[in-house]
Design a protein around this ligand. Structure first.
Ligand code: GDP
Length: 297
């Protein structure tokens, strides 16, 4: 069964922050995520990011790590939250400096606030002649969101996702914010975490990207994820490396589940393969019964 035991303080070690990028359409979320992914030369890591697995990890020059959910937009964030998943530690909210604070910017802000997730503003497209970052900061101030250069506490950074200007500084500010959160996890137990995405691959079968949030995930572990279960046959990171063990705050693709769980489903490792299968079957049954009931009413 799934047992949650309180961690002993001596088992807790610091872990990397998990970051989500949100903001209004066309303000540059994808461009920012792409830039960070490509420039992962940042920490001189050998081998670039070759696989799109829905999340990726980067190492900064100072050796600190951070993980990005590679699904821009708050749809993913809200879908996960709707399933009770809390995977984000910090939200970067991208606002284009040649535009206004738009409806989806406001939505992203309220989503982050509702989840109690600190915000770092990335004021983007400052390479454009029409960019006016001060106007954006003024707009934020009018929403009672005072950024640091305006005497407030919220971090913001002028960036260009096109030229890369300010992105290093942005990531440093995210790390500073992360330090205040004192994020920790216990790697010395069976893994648990959240599903980021899953699909059926023609050659490999079901591939699920999961984010390990506690414990260490290992080859051969019996996993229960939503209505799916299975024994882990292989694990691959965003650089295509095959791994045997994965600790907290690391996104990883796993092979071996008997289906595709949904984004936001929790996953757990169980001692017993049969028990994992039993719970998964029970959950599918419950879901089927529920949908039959809603169809009748
Ligand atoms: P998303 O919808 O928020 O993911 O926005 P995209 O990343 O797709 O960007 C929307 C458009 O703005 C694209 O044409 C990008 O090339 C452009 N864009 C994004 N960031 C910048 C930037 O910093 N400077 C300039 N000049 N254009 C940008």
């Amino acid at each position: 069964s799934i047992v949650e035991v309180a961690d002993a303080p001596e088992d807790l070690v610091s872990r990397a922050p998990i970051v989500t990028v949100m903001g209004h359409v066309d303000h540059g979320k994808t461009s920012l995520l792409d830039y960070i992914r490509k420039e992962n030369v940042i920490g001189g890591e050998s081998g670039g990011i070759t696989q799109h697995i829905g999340a990726y990890g980067v190492t900064l020059e100072n050796g600190q790590r951070m993980a990005f959910l590679d699904t821009p937009g708050h749809e993913a964030f809200t879908a996960m939250r709707a399933r009770g998943a809390q995977v984000t530690d910090i939200a970067i909210i991208v606002v284009a400096a040649d535009d206004d604070i738009m409806p989806q910017t406001k939505e992203a802000i309220s989503h982050a606030q509702a989840a109690g997730v600190p915000i770092v503003f990335a004021i983007n497209k400052v390479d454009k002649p029409t960019a006016n970052p001060e106007k954006i900061k003024d707009g934020l101030a009018q929403m009672n969101l005072l950024v640091e250069d305006w005497g407030g506490k919220i971090q913001s950074q002028d960036i260009s996702a096109k030229t890369g200007l300010g992105i290093k500084e942005l990531l440093e500010k995210v790390l500073l914010e992360a330090e205040l959160l004192e994020l920790t996890a216990n790697p010395n137990k069976m893994a648990s975490g959240t599903v980021v995405e899953a699909f059926l691959d023609k050659g490999r079968g079901y591939v699920s990207t999961v984010l390990v949030q506690a414990g260490t995930l290992k080859i051969g572990d019996y996993v229960l994820a939503g209505t799916c279960s299975g024994k882990i046959k292989a694990m691959q990171d965003e650089r295509g490396n095959l791994l045997k063990e994965v600790g907290p705050s690391r996104p990883i693709s796993i092979l071996g589940l008997d289906g595709a769980p949904q984004a936001g489903d929790k996953f757990n490792v169980l001692e017993d393969e049969r028990e994992a299968r039993l719970i998964a079957t029970k959950r599918s049954q419950l879901l089927r019964e529920q949908s039959v009931r809603t169809q009748r009413h």
